[in-house]
Design a binder for this molecule. Structure first.
Ligand code: ZN
Length: 291
């Protein structure tokens, strides 16, 4: 059986064919332009491939509530042409197979807990720190949606004493995304995350914000594992810094076996940036199974 997978991003759409074990048989990347042109190319790709179901992990905000009249829509995005766009409905007109739909970050989380180093963990959080900051949450084996879906990239933080940056988020300025995303780093320091090298203060501040956010997540969601992905998290030296800051911020308050081993608790994404598209394969399988 072949599943279709679509990782819908603001700059590119990754389309793939995959199998139940998460293996990717074929993969193409289509630039995200106007909805008309982009959707036509996506449909051209999946047409006649004999897929049994399609999983869509999309940039958002999206409406993932199956009982809602706007289920399957990309909702309030500032991306031109894509606001209030019926993504799933438009695909369904030409590709009539069961479809699963979720956020890109829930997709990545699903990929990691299905096929990655966090396989089998029922309570986990995946956070991407890249162009934007977003997070997916799984609690008791279920991806969390609620009213909409978690938007933990926009949580407010205490400003680092040495940081004078005004923040990059158009809505909040200095939220987590506004302070710690790739574009925030670049605007604050005039260099990309990759080029920052040994600018110790930059990494001290970056770790401070990420750790602060993780502590809030740990206290509110109580995950058994936190997975960090996205372009900024390719800077490996951030991991030990973040773990150290999390320990400091928690102040010894929580004593669990997970927190006693932070190297295994706060981990990098393990699927070589295929976690999103692999999660979409799993979304397709779940849709096929009617789950
Ligand atoms: Zn924000």
């Amino acid at each position: 059986m072949i599943f279709g997978a679509l990782e819908a991003g603001g700059t590119k759409m990754v389309c793939a064919l995959g199998k139940q074990d998460g293996s990717i048989l074929d993969q193409v990347s289509i630039p995200t332009t106007s909805p008309d042109e982009t959707i036509r190319r996506i449909i051209d790709y999946f047409r006649d491939k004999g897929i049994s179901a399609l999983g869509v992990a999309s940039f958002g905000p999206i409406d993932p509530d199956k009982t809602s009249p706007t289920y399957g829509y990309i909702t309030s995005t500032p991306k031109p042409g894509w606001a209030d766009f019926d993504l799933l409905g438009t695909l369904k007109k030409d590709i009539d197979v069961p479809m699963g739909f979720d956020t890109d970050v829930n997709g990545s989380l699903l990929g990691e807990v299905t096929y990655g180093s966090s396989k089998g963990i029922s309570d986990a959080v995946y956070i991407t720190i890249g162009t934007g900051v977003g997070g997916g949450i799984m609690s008791g084996g279920k991806l969390v949606h609620g009213m909409l879906h978690p938007e933990l990239g926009h949580m407010r933080l205490t400003i680092h004493p040495k940081d004078t940056y005004k923040g990059h988020c158009p809505f909040h300025g200095t939220c987590l995304e506004g302070l710690a995303s790739g574009p925030a780093l670049e605007e604050r320091w005039g260099k990309s995350a990759r080029e920052l090298g040994d600018n110790d203060l930059a990494w001290e501040i970056e770790s401070y914000y990420i750790a602060q956010a993780l502590v809030s997540i740990i206290l509110i969601v109580s995950p058994k594992r936190i997975i960090l992905g996205g372009g900024v998290m390719h800077v490996e030296k951030l991991f030990p810094m973040i773990r150290e800051d999390v320990k400091k911020e928690l102040g010894g308050y929580l004593m669990t076996k997970e927190l006693s081993d932070l190297d295994s608790y706060i981990v990098p994404a393990s699927l070589h940036d295929d976690q999103g598209i692999m999660g979409a394969i799993r979304l397709a399988e779940l849709a096929y199974l009617g789950e």
